[in-house]
Write a protein that binds this ligand. Structure first.
Ligand SMILES: CC(C)(COP(=O)([O-])OP(=O)(O)OC[C@H]1O[C@@H](n2cnc3c(N)ncnc32)[C@H](O)[C@@H]1OP(=O)(O)O)[C@@H](O)C(=O)NCCC(=O)NCCSC(=O)/C=C/C[N+](C)(C)C
Length: 273
């Protein structure tokens, strides 16, 4: 990557990528926004190697100061029909042991991550989206964890994350019946952040990127980490951690800038410090 405003496809130089089975993840970076595209149409099936690629891409983007917001989408009509079923029997124990860690990469990333979901968003495609901070879906989106049809269960955090969002009854309905959830229902159940007509998906994502870029990167990072860390915590612990993080954030330049801009009736100019 050269400068923040250019669009280019990342060339992976990490030697660990040399052994991967195919190159199916594209990356474009422009204007502080990074687009990760699952590029294996029509169904953007995610190979074991693509999972490794995804993790490495998220780690690289997280470390790059020129990137503020990350968007993940699928090429064409579908986000992804999930993991490559045809390769499951050949998967190495090493790959299997990394499944959940790789797919949790958006959640570990300190920057805001948006999933843009349309069409089939199945299996590991859904799990990957659940690890993101925002899910903007189109009306064509169909979420599913269809592993039971394969004599399997989700293995990359899908049922666990879903249960947190929709509770055990709905999760059992989705997992144990391999049920498909349409975009509008995903919104109604709190799985999706927003549901829009298919032709409006890109604009809805761009609008959210524009909105998020207005905020202090430091305050965003703190909010994301705090909410992730306290997801499992007792209420009393979560409240205490919120207070500690607030106190720490008070020391930042962005905190002062936010308050001074409010007084001056001007737009804040956050620097991330
Ligand atoms: C509804 C689907 C996606 C499309 O149906 P269709 O009738 O339009 O097309 P068709 O079934 O003929 O598919 C065309 C070709 O694409 C291949 N395909 C599609 N999805 C996959 C996939 N996920 N893996 C491998 N190959 C796939 C399909 O086999 C056809 O190939 P050929 O032309 O026959 O060579 C329908 O295809 C469907 O329901 N697919 C399965 C979706 C699914 O079960 N996804 C979950 C996979 S499991 C997973 O993601 C995570 C597992 C976690 N862990 C590993 C821990 C167990």
């Amino acid at each position: 990557m050269k400068d923040a405003n250019m669009t280019e496809t990342l060339t992976f130089t990490d030697p660990r990528l040399a052994e991967l089975d195919g190159f199916h993840v594209q990356l474009n970076v422009s204007n502080e926004r990074a687009d990760i595209i699952l590029a294996r149409p029509p169904y953007n099936v995610i190979s074991m190697g693509a999972r490794d690629q995804l993790r490495l891409v998220f780690e690289a983007l997280d470390a790059d100061d020129r990137v503020r917001i990350i968007v993940i989408s699928g090429e064409g009509e579908h986000f992804s029909s999930g993991g490559n079923i045809k390769g499951f029997l050949e998967a190495s124990p090493e790959h299997v042991s990394h499944l959940a860690w790789n797919i949790a990469a958006p959640s570990r990333c300190t920057k805001p991550v948006i999933a843009a979901n349309r069409g089939y968003t199945f299996g590991v495609g859904f799990e990957l989206s659940l690890a993101c901070d925002f899910r903007i879906v189109s009306e064509t989106c169909r979420y599913a964890l269809p592993e039971q049809k394969l004599g399997q269960i989700p293995g990359s955090g899908g049922s666990a994350r879903l249960q947190k969002i929709v509770g055990v009854t709905r999760t059992k309905d989705i997992v144990m019946r391999s049920k498909r959830i349409p975009g509008q229902q995903a919104l109604d159940w709190g799985i999706a952040t927003e549901c829009v007509p298919d032709g409006d998906l890109e604009q809805a994502v761009t609008d959210l990127v524009t909105e998020l870029r207005e905020f202090s990167p430091m305050a965003q990072r703190t909010a994301k980490k705090l909410l992730n860390d306290t997801d499992d915590a007792l209420l009393s612990t979560a409240i205490e951690m919120e207070g500690l993080n607030y106190s720490r954030l008070r020391q930042s330049e962005d905190f002062r800038e936010g308050v001074e801009a409010f007084h001056a009736k001007r737009k804040p100019a956050f620097t991330g410090r």
